[in-house]
Design a protein around this ligand. Sequence first.
Ligand SMILES: NCCC[C@H](NC(=O)CCC(=O)O)C(=O)O
Ligand SMILES: NC(=O)OP(=O)(O)O
Length: 312
Amino acid sequence: MNHYSDLKDLKDFQATVDLALELKNDPYAYEDLGKRKTIAMVFFNNSLRTRLSTEKAARNLGMDVMVLNVSNSWNLEFEDGTIMNLDTAEHIKEATQVIAQYADIIAVRAFANLKDKIEDQQEKILNAFIKNAGVPIVNMESALSHPLQGLTDAITIKEQELKKRPKVVLSWAPHPRSLPHAVANSFITAMKMSDVDLVITNPRGYDLDPEITAGTEINNDQIEACKNADIIYVKNWSSFDSYGKVIQQDIDWMMTQEKLGHAKFMHCLPVRRNVVVEDAVIDSDQSVVIEQAGNRTFAAQAVLKLLLKDLN
Ligand SMILES: NCCC[C@H](NC(=O)CCC(=O)O)C(=O)O
Ligand SMILES: NC(=O)OP(=O)(O)O
């Protein structure tokens, strides 16, 4: 594997899920694989889980770790041919090549800006690293996808040891801010590569990119969609059609105990309590959000192991 920019970069998705579970069982099995290799993690946005779990994963493999929060660095320019006499001090072309001299693998977080669909679909920042750095790039949530999260979600569902072909529901929930589509996109992609029966429920006007949801049932009736679910994965996203807009915040879409039924509750975190999900759900035994976040380490470790194997 040259890069991990999307779940589709994995040669064998289910084998990677199994590798992550093996690593969870024996985290130091490959503790020398990353010796004298360095990962640089570059953040254009905030993070708690991705920042710490990816570092933990790298350390379990014996790697050195560096972190750059771009907000503490120079303002970067992304356009070609710009006369840089305003706010941007350094071009992404130099920045990517310079970072690559200090690191064997670069991991990048660069969210969608949610203002211009075409620009977000170009994945400008992630692709600038892939184009210029000359080292493997790991996507730590880009404009369109969050493949470390999608892999984690599949691992977490597999661990629940549910019935064959469980019913998995991805439910939209309200949120006061405009949030990206990346987590939902990667969850759908991961579920399509898993042996589950996936249903998406969202209000009208909130359908995700049809290229991603193709072949999956979308039900605008949340109560009906959630019936007899084994897993309910809750996430807010902004409108895709009215790109990046918050077109409704109806609290009736919050996940409640009644709608959850016997299902397990999942969310990528961070989550707004009593807006996205009521306390009674997230505090219940049916919530697996903490173990889900714990699995981020082993998803990242499986991906880094595959990249290191092809580096050595
Ligand atoms: N990486 C996990 C989620 C990150 C981001 N959530 C957020 O920005 C939530 C922030 C807030 O609740 O204000 C998202 O939805 O893509
Ligand atoms: N789930 C997730 O990616 O969390 P962070 O944004 O805190 O990294």
